[in-house]
Design a protein around this ligand. Structure first.
Ligand code: ADP
Ligand code: ADP
Ligand code: ZN
Length: 218
């Protein structure tokens, strides 16, 4: 059976969450966002959440061992049989190696890595104006993609909020962390020929068309 074992890669604000919603709807695969999983843990004040919060508020990465454990557990669930969309994971070379190893153990491999490319000044504008639905995590933007009714999610009626780490200072640090620790993954995955580069500065609908063209039919 043809699998869609996908990684969505790109700097904070590139549109990963926005495109993830469209991709999982089209391809019928689960959306695995380590950021969403960590924010839920922070909200529920679990041991994981208490450990992760200090890193997240500073715009630093949560330790590899913590996120690798989360993803390995998630891959054991039966809804990942046809594939999955990783969003925000892997973010370091050790995370990518651990993912390859875990998949190998399951007789699988990454089939495509979708890289969203966007200039830094656009990213800062996107992130500082971002709002997220508390219930379904859909991202909006106060200027670029506002909801029909201010503060309310179009999809589920949930309340929109601003993430603690979407402030200009933290955003700048997250972008620096991306360049140093995550960008080298593009070269890592280039070696296995699975990378597709997409112009993420285009309108969201056009970005999705390019992704769909690269992935082929569901
Ligand atoms: P964005 O959508 O802006 O790229 P995420 O929601 O993916 O941000 O991540 C928010 C924060 O959660 C990160 O700044 C980091 O602290 C933590 N985080 C998420 N995924 C990972 C990961 N794979 N490794 C380490 N930290 C992570
Ligand atoms: P990421 O998950 O990569 O951090 P998001 O999908 O949350 O990125 O998008 C970041 C912000 O930019 C959100 O406010 C979102 O509404 C907005 N956005 C996403 N894609 C586009 C686009 N193609 N054009 C304009 N704004 C966008
Ligand atoms: Zn919602």
């Amino acid at each position: 059976m043809h699998q869609f074992n996908l990684v969505l890669l790109g700097p904070p604000g590139a549109g990963k969450g926005t495109q993830a919603g469209r991709i999982v709807a089209e391809y019928g695969i689960p959306h695995i966002s380590t950021g969403d999983i960590l924010r839920a843990a922070v909200k529920n004040q679990t041991a994981l959440g208490l450990e992760a919060k200090k890193y997240m508020d500073a715009g630093e990465l949560v330790p590899d061992s913590v996120v690798i454990g989360i993803v390995k557990d998630r891959l054991q669930e039966s809804d990942t049989q046809r594939g999955f969309l990783m969003d925000g994971f892997p973010r370091t070379i050790p995370q990518a190696e651990a993912l390859d190893e875990a998949l190998q153990g399951l007789g699988r491999a990454i089939t495509k890595v979708i890289v969203l490319l966007v200039d830094e000044e656009i990213l800062v504008k996107r992130l500082t104006g971002r709002r997220i639905c508390r219930s379904c995590q859909t991202p909006y933007h106060v200027m670029f993609t506002p909801p029909e009714q201010e503060g309310v999610c179009d999809k589920c009626g949930g309340e929109l909020y601003q993430r603690d780490d979407d402030t200009e200072a933290t955003v700048r640090n997250r972008l620096a962390v991306y360049r140093k620790q995550t960008e080298p993954l593009i070269e890592y995955y280039d070696r296995s020929g699975v990378v597709v580069r997409i112009d993420g500065a285009q309108e969201a609908e056009k970005v999705f068309e390019d992704i769909r063209e690269a992935l082929g039919p569901a």
